[in-house]
Write a protein that binds this ligand. Structure first.
Ligand code: UD1
Ligand code: BG6
Length: 365
């Protein structure tokens, strides 16, 4: 079943051009997005006062990655909830809200309990899942299957990128009635079919990520700084490294760097800074300058062609990735980090597909 691959995680990382193709199949028609599972409820969603994303782990991170674009196209405030925290707080949900539950398995206990809780409030409950017939798919009012194909590795990879694409398509469908965003929507819809090819291109960094993993395998810790569309990439990249490679890793909002994390910086601690081209690029350039000034051990992820210019004095290691539309860049940027986590795990001698203490689907609280 693993074909030519040594592990399911490796197979699933390399499968992403295909899984993204199946996620989009039949859903892009005549320059617009058609999500069969949502079309009867788009009006209700457009009129909601707030959209609340609920999920755990990687599924939460996927929603976080797509959030800025959904806010932009819907004009509706979008808030984020980790399922367990929503339950712990019994946070208020109203019937004017739309609650969107994201779960690869559709069986995560905390997410399902949060769904039960939200259903009682009268809010429209939408599911985004990879599993047809799952409890989440059955109990939500409506939803979208991500159609990424069965995911076996405990650490989620291809489901993450498909979840981002589905939520991006959902944003395009919700915003479809707005004239003011029409050209923005068209430009994204036109680039979606080319995304799998860009994913194939970034997968060619496999060998480079193996080399990077060799240089990092003895480290105690790894930080990842991102912001904007790629704040989620920082969280998800760090989650991959900690869950499979069993190395301490933290994803951080670069805008918070001066409020604590900067104290950790020295010449030994490796820091990945995501600085691909988007509206946050100049802020990330100044973050790089500040880390450089403190002798940080920098690894910069940048857009193709920027390697020579992003590093002060050409001093740091770089990961050059193909450039895509800003809201889709998280799909590309996570892939080198998935590959890095994979190679770190193999080099450190840990179990890739069944990480210590973790389960694919956490069905108890
Ligand atoms: C559906 C068919 C697909 C077919 C296509 C043809 C299924 C599962 N999908 O896909 O095989 O090729 O029509 O037009 O039969 N739903 C929830 N909660 C969730 C996820 C989904 O309630 O968490 C509901 C949706 O609202 C919808 C149904 O499940 O009623 C199927 O969703 P989805 O597979 O995303 O719909 P289509 O893409 O239209
Ligand atoms: C578990 C998995 O912790 O549950 C993660 O190991 C996953 O990979 C998380 O992100 C949430 O799972 P699901 O199925 O609700 O997306």
């Amino acid at each position: 079943k693993k074909g030519n691959y040594d592990h399911f995680m490796q197979k699933e990382i390399h499968e992403q051009p295909h899984s993204l193709t199946t996620t989009m199949r039949g859903r892009l028609r005549d320059g617009s997005v058609v999500l069969g599972g949502l079309k009867d409820n788009l009006k209700t969603i457009r009129h909601s006062r707030r959209i609340i994303f609920v999920g755990c782990g990687t599924s939460y991170n996927a929603a976080l990655a797509a959030r800025p674009f959904l806010e932009e196209l819907s004009g509706i405030p979008v808030t984020m909830e980790l399922a367990s925290d929503l339950l712990d707080r019994q946070g208020p949900i109203y019937r004017e809200d739309t609650a969107v539950f994201v779960s690869q398995s559709g069986e995560t206990a905390d997410t399902l309990l949060a769904l039960e809780y939200a259903l009682k409030s009268g809010a429209l409950c939408v599911g985004i899942t990879n599993t047809v017939g799952s409890t989440l798919a059955r109990k939500t009012h409506c939803g979208v299957h991500i159609n990424a194909g069965c995911e076996i590795g405990v650490a989620s990879t291809k489901a993450y990128t498909s979840q981002i694409v589905v939520i991006t398509m959902m944003a395009l469908a919700i915003g479809a009635d707005s004239l003011s965003t029409q050209s923005r929507r068209e430009s994204i819809i036109n680039t979606l079919p080319g995304l799998p090819e860009k994913v194939s291109e970034v997968l060619k960094l496999d060998g480079e990520m193996k080399d990077l993993a060799e240089s990092l395998m003895e480290m105690q810790s790894l930080l990842v700084f991102g912001r904007g569309y790629n704040y989620a990439t920082a969280l998800e990249g760090a989650l991959k490294v900690k869950e499979v490679a069993l190395m301490h890793s933290e994803g951080m909002l670069a805008g918070e760097m001066k409020h604590g994390p900067l104290a950790l910086v020295d010449e030994t601690l490796p820091i990945i800074v995501i600085a691909t081209r988007d509206a946050c690029f100049s802020q990330q350039q100044s973050v790089i300058q500040q880390l450089y000034a403190r002798n940080g051990r920098l690894i910069v992820m940048c857009s193709k062609g920027d390697a020579a210019s992003v590093c002060p004095g050409g001093s740091c290691r770089t990961i050059e990735v193909p450039r895509v539309a800003d809201c889709l860049q998280p799909v590309i940027n996570i892939i080198p980090l998935q590959l890095l986590a994979y190679h770190l795990t193999v080099l450190r001698g840990f179990d890739v597909d069944q990480p210590r203490n973790l389960a694919k689907s956490v069905t108890t609280q």
